[in-house]
Design a protein around this ligand. Structure first.
Ligand code: HEM
Length: 483
């Protein structure tokens, strides 16, 4: 029966090998997801049905897309002895003292790429110059401001950093494009490949940080390494260009501006849209920091480096990535985007070969769902990892109690819903004067979200879709399976 199900012509041929590994129940759940995907429908469904779709998808990803790298050598421990987070992230997972701690292997969301393309195929600087480099600034509308993007960067950089090797690599821009590149060549350290001594995934990368939250991020952001991450955005009031706020000099400048002005400035600027030809130009000649927060001797072209890093670390290219996420792969550029200019540029860089498309480029070229700042493909990873991040952390689950937080502490945490509440608590006059929007992450002078008294799960939906398209498609689908 299961064999019949995964070989069914209903399933995209390139996904059959993934379905073949599933249990019967999961195969049936996959059918539901795949059926909705074929109609490109989940985001148009009533909220409650859309949530069921995402719930099923998340279940499948949790089963098939969380790959532990290396052996699990940790021990159980007495959580009562550790009522707080540790600096190196040990004793944070509810049942294992080392998971997620500093210096352990980074897990994967899918196996390393099986593609046979070389690290320079096509050349990463060509990809960066022809597809990523900013032509003119495209903002993200009112939805997200610079606090949102600094916050995301701050968190991600606080959680993840691949251990480097001591061997240096140099990337040189090919002659035909080098005149337009801020750096004709640049050097950086290879990612260190470490043997896992496990038969499943033979090599992996070690994380020099810990992905568990460290609460000092917010209140002590000018301490230790964290100070680097609040500092990369420009001041609104004083019109300080963003590149002046980067690095150690930027740190100094920000400390003279002060917290309130910095927040007002960042809050009023829309962040850049995640789309092609919008990569900040100043990041293509960036003095990055080392792990100790010191300037590195060689500047890097981050746009080029990002393409290279994904390939070097075995991150699947776009189409393989989609398959591994059980999404329908593309077979031509037109499946990815309707934009003729983008299609022409993709042709120029990758020819006809959609398999070659780099993940980063695909994510930015992909048609976006209405109202989404990130692509659907990126959203599915977010769906998996954001919930995994919370569920695996005992301070949000089994230890989320007054014994750990104290009664007063828990009350305080429960009364604080959003970043707006936090800022409001510290600077009530400032938020009253400057923030009209509902979320501290939207552009601050935008309108608040209008009150809607209909519960979320009963919000209007496309009746025609529900009562006509869905049943007809269901009948067609069942007949392809049964007849
Ligand atoms: C002002 C903006 C930013 C600057 C200056 C910046 C800078 C850097 C630098 C220098 C690296 C190390 C490059 C290397 O050697 O491989 C890096 C890595 C990285 N950045 Fe950013 N970044 C910025 C924004 C962001 C944002 C918004 C995100 C996420 C949404 C992000 C996520 C990452 C990730 C995941 C890595 C890889 C870390 C690793 O090695 O494991 N960055 N960034």
């Amino acid at each position: 029966m299961a064999c019949f199900l995964f070989l069914s012509p209903f399933i995209h041929p390139q996904l059959q090998h993934i379905v073949a590994k599933m249990t019967l129940l999961d195969t049936l759940l996959f059918y539901v997801v795949h059926f909705v995907d074929k109609l490109e429908a989940w985001h148009r469904l009533p909220v409650i049905i859309g949530a069921v779709y995402l719930g099923i998808r998340r279940h499948l990803h949790q089963r098939y897309n969380l790959l532990h790298v290396g052996e699990i050598n940790g021990q159980r421990y007495n959580t009562e002895e550790f009522a707080h987070r540790t600096a190196d992230g040990t004793c944070n997972h509810p049942s294992d003292d080392t998971i997620g701690s500093q210096g352990t292997f980074l897990g994967r969301n899918m196996p390393p790429s099986t593609s046979s393309y070389g690290l320079l195929e096509p050349h990463p600087t060509v990809v960066a110059s022809k597809l990523l480099a900013r032509k003119k600034f495209i903002d993200n509308g009112k939805q997200f401001n610079m606090i949102a993007c600094s916050w995301i960067q701050f968190m991600i950089h606080d959680w993840v950093d691949h251990l480097e090797d001591t061997e240096q690599i140099e990337i040189r821009a090919p002659d035909e494009i080098s005149s337009g590149c801020p750096l004709k060549s640049f050097k950086f350290f290879k990612t260190k490949k470490v043997s896992t001594e496990s038969p499943h995934l033979k090599n992996g990368s070690l994380n020099t940080r810990t992905p568990w939250w460290k609460q000092h991020c917010i209140y002590f952001s000018l301490q230790e390494d964290d100070k680097l991450y609040m500092t990369n955005c420009s001041g609104y009031e004083s019109r300080v260009p963003m590149w002046e706020l980067v690095g150690i000099e930027g740190d100094r400048k920000l400390s003279t501006i002060g917290m309130e002005q910095m927040l007002v400035s960042l809050g009023h600027q829309a962040c850049g849209a995640l789309t092609l030809w919008n990569y900040p130009s100043w990041m293509r000649n960036l003095v990055a920091h080392d792990i100790n927060g010191e300037d590195r001797p060689d500047p890097v072209d981050m746009a080029t480096l990002e393409i290279y890093r994904d390939r070097e670390r075995g991150v699947a290219r776009y189409n393989e990535f989609r398959r591994n996420l059980m999404m329908i792969p593309i077979s031509k550029w037109e499946d990815l985007t309707d934009d003729d200019e983008v299609i022409e540029a993709l042709h120029e860089v990758y020819g006809e070969d959609v398999e070659k498309l780099d993940l980063q480029v695909g994510l930015q070229a992909e048609k976006k769902i209405k109202g989404f700042a990130i692509s659907e493909t990126a959203f599915f990873i977010f769906l998996l990892i954001a919930s995994r991040r919370l569920e695996a952390d005992r301070f949000f689950t089994s230890n989320f109690n007054s014994k750990t937080y104290t009664k007063k502490g828990l009350e305080w945490v429960n009364k604080t819903e959003t970043l707006k509440d936090v800022i409001d608590r510290h600077f009530p006059e400032m938020t009253k004067k400057w923030m009209t929007c509902s979320s501290a992450f939207s552009v601050w002078d935008s309108m608040p979200t209008p009150a809607n008294y209909i519960p979320l799960y009963l919000r209007p939906f496309h009746l025609i879709f529900i009562y006509l398209v869905l049943p007809i498609s269901m009948v067609i689908w069942l007949s392809t399976i049964l007849l």
